[in-house]
Design a protein around this ligand. Sequence first.
Ligand code: NDP
Length: 463
Amino acid sequence: MRVTGFDVDFFVIGAGSGGTRAARIAASHGARVMVAEEFRIGGTCVIRGCVPKKLYVYASRFADDFEDAAGFGWHVEGASFDWPKLVAAKEQEISRLSGIYRANLLKAGVEIIESRATILGPHEVQLAQDGRKISARHILVATGAAPDFGLDCTGHELAITSNEIFDLPQLPARLLIIGGGYIAVEFASLMARLGSKVTLVFRADAVLRGFDDDLRVGLTEAMLAAGIELRAGRLPQSLQRTGGGIGANFSDGSMAEFDQVLLATGRRPQTHGLGLETCGISLGRNGRIPVDAHGATSCPSVHAVGDVTDRINLTPVAIREGHVLADHLFGASSIAVDHHLVPSAVFTTPEIGTVGLGEAAARAMHPDLDIYVAAFRPMRATLSGRAEKTVLKLVVVAQSQLVLGLHVLGADAGEMAQLVAIAMKMRATKADFDATMALHPTAAEELVTMRQPTRRYRQSQLV
Ligand code: NDP
């Protein structure tokens, strides 16, 4: 649908996952589309998030592979790791991907403006590059989120964030990581394997608040086994430069020195200075833009998708939100995004894959539950000798047998969560899992062979 009277039909601020998808789909519906990006095409996921992180995770896992190889008869001697080589290889790959994003936008007929853009009113934006004003029928804010520096710690500006860690000139020998969420545990796990001595400090009593407790316990054990020092309930109160690096003074009175400090205490929507107030849009918690199921803000011509809305901050969610919005505005479809049963993975080693409710969250909603847990030594560890545990868990409603949650800690957990999410979207029951033939020998076969519940809750009581 082409709308006249404006310079463009759709002006997208931010060429990340959500913005580029919305721009391309809108263009495919015939809209005149312009997208503005102030950093690099591809956004956080491609440039300094999911993609480089997963490449570094792959790099880190060779450390375990080389160690494990001996148990299978291999002699691997003299293996060494070259950080600058990994950084350069990563840069080449993300530049290639960014180029593909750019080419796809251009192929779709989208005009790319490499500049910051701010909103002047419900139908007008201004480009920082040359001051040009562009009128638009619809404006999309897809500016994502940025690391939060909200930690109460003097000298926190000495710390780096996930934006900088990928491009450090050298691997830090001693790394302090502050935080216990996704970014903190993923970097703790990968940097320890690449050779850093990692200390992980967080305010809670365990990492990954909100995840199923069996996985949190299993991951904690795995991180300790990987030589990571974990300090629960302890945060630095101050950081200062020392002769040899950065000194951290902790809340328990202790002091230690590090080469780098990574601040991973959450991310904030990037809404500051965008001009949203010129459209009467009030920001919500953490600076987020409140939107409805289609990405509409309180201003009818301004929309928002992805991390800037601070709902489920994951790339595929932003992509789906961008796609659905473009269909809604310029195509025939008006389907809203379904944010229910979104699978996610934490790329630690071993990794976490999860979809649906954890045991504690399910207990808060259902009095009668059957919990199935299989914890075992994976087959590979029998010859490698590695002390490693795989955990598979199903949370099931007792009466209906509906599977409410899948939680996996182990190799390829993310792959398992993606596939089981399909079955769960189809409302698979435990009986459906039981009726499925096992595939042997795999770890995932445990999901269809767990006969007896490990725990039962009836009327909210453990029985
Ligand atoms: P998270 O929300 O996952 O974790 C933030 C951590 O910082 C928590 O441990 C939190 O503690 C702690 N924290 C927050 N505020 C403070 C404070 N003031 N003082 C001390 N500690 C604090 O954020 P991340 O930055 O790790 O990741 C941001 C988001 O990016 C994730 O939520 C996720 O949506 C996405 N992401 C997804 C990945 C994936 O899919 N694999 C990978 C990386 C990021 P507490 O738990 O006590 O609140």
